[in-house]
Design a protein around this ligand. Structure first.
Ligand code: MG
Ligand code: MG
Length: 249
């Protein structure tokens, strides 16, 4: 069931998403070789709580931390750990969610640890561009989920990249994951139309090689099957009659 949000509900979601946005900025500012991912988790947790919000990932289906930190071939859902320390040349994806006054925010960024290869920088840039190409193409009441997925997929594949099939974006509101599913791939003219009042998280997960992924032995961490790097870029957006608002920017 799709839950349509009023303008005042979207305003509440904007506040939650601004906390997520600022948490991601804080993480980006503290990204450097030698920092443990547990320390980054602690920073994010304390910031979210200081804003009177709740880190929505903590204990979500038993997830043991407040953010996901996924390095290089880890696509999403990496678990922060004192033993997992950032190293020069890595790419690191932060995924963060917060609940404020019962409303959810959800966003993700992939950033460089120090100097990275041009190939990794291009992967990060193209993943971000996939989000904007897709979202900028949305027209309320016209664009279908398949159209959005098609824009993202064809742009990523024009660089020879893989588009992860096993994980997708989602509706968001009073729950972190609401209907509909929002794939980063699809056929033009297929799927549900996106209409005013829908709030969705659009989150391309793009790989340098195969789009095939596997779940790690911890039950959470999703890695590329060929162990090539992956990037993730996500924002929560609101579809309105006046265009798209990116709530987590
Ligand atoms: Mg997320
Ligand atoms: Mg999400």
């Amino acid at each position: 069931m799709i839950l349509i949000k009023s303008n005042s509900q979207i305003a509440e979601m904007r506040k939650a998403n601004q906390i997520v946005r600022d948490t991601l900025k804080l993480l980006q500012d503290h990204t450097k070789a030698g920092v443990s991912t547990w320390e980054l988790n602690r920073l994010a947790h304390e910031y979210i709580v200081s804003q009177h919000a709740v880190p929505s990932f903590l204990n979500y289906n038993g997830f043991p931390a407040s953010i996901c930190v996924s390095i290089d071939c880890e696509v999403v859902h990496g678990i922060p750990s004192k033993r997992k320390v950032l190293e020069e040349g890595q790419i690191v994806s932060y995924d963060c969610g917060a609940i404020l006054n019962g409303w959810h925010g959800d966003a993700a960024r992939t950033v460089a640890v120090g100097i990275i290869s041009p190939e990794c920088q291009q992967l990060i840039d193209v993943t971000e561009q996939c989000f904007f190409k897709g979202v900028n193409a949305i027209v309320a009441g016209e664009t279908r989920l398949g159209d959005l997925g098609h824009v993202i997929q064809s742009y990523a594949e024009s660089y020879g990249y893989g588009v992860v099939r096993d994980l997708v974006g989602h509706g968001i509101g009073r729950q972190m994951h609401e209907d509909p599913e929002v794939p980063n791939f699809g056929k033009e003219g297929h799927g549900m139309r996106l209409s005013a009042g829908m709030t969705i998280a659009v989150e391309p997960m793009i790989t340098m090689g195969t789009e095939k992924v596997d779940w790690g032995s911890d039950g959470w961490t999703v890695k590329t099957r060929d162990h090539k790097p992956a990037a993730h870029y996500e924002n929560t957006i609101a579809i309105t009659d006046n265009g798209i608002e990116i709530l987590s920017l």
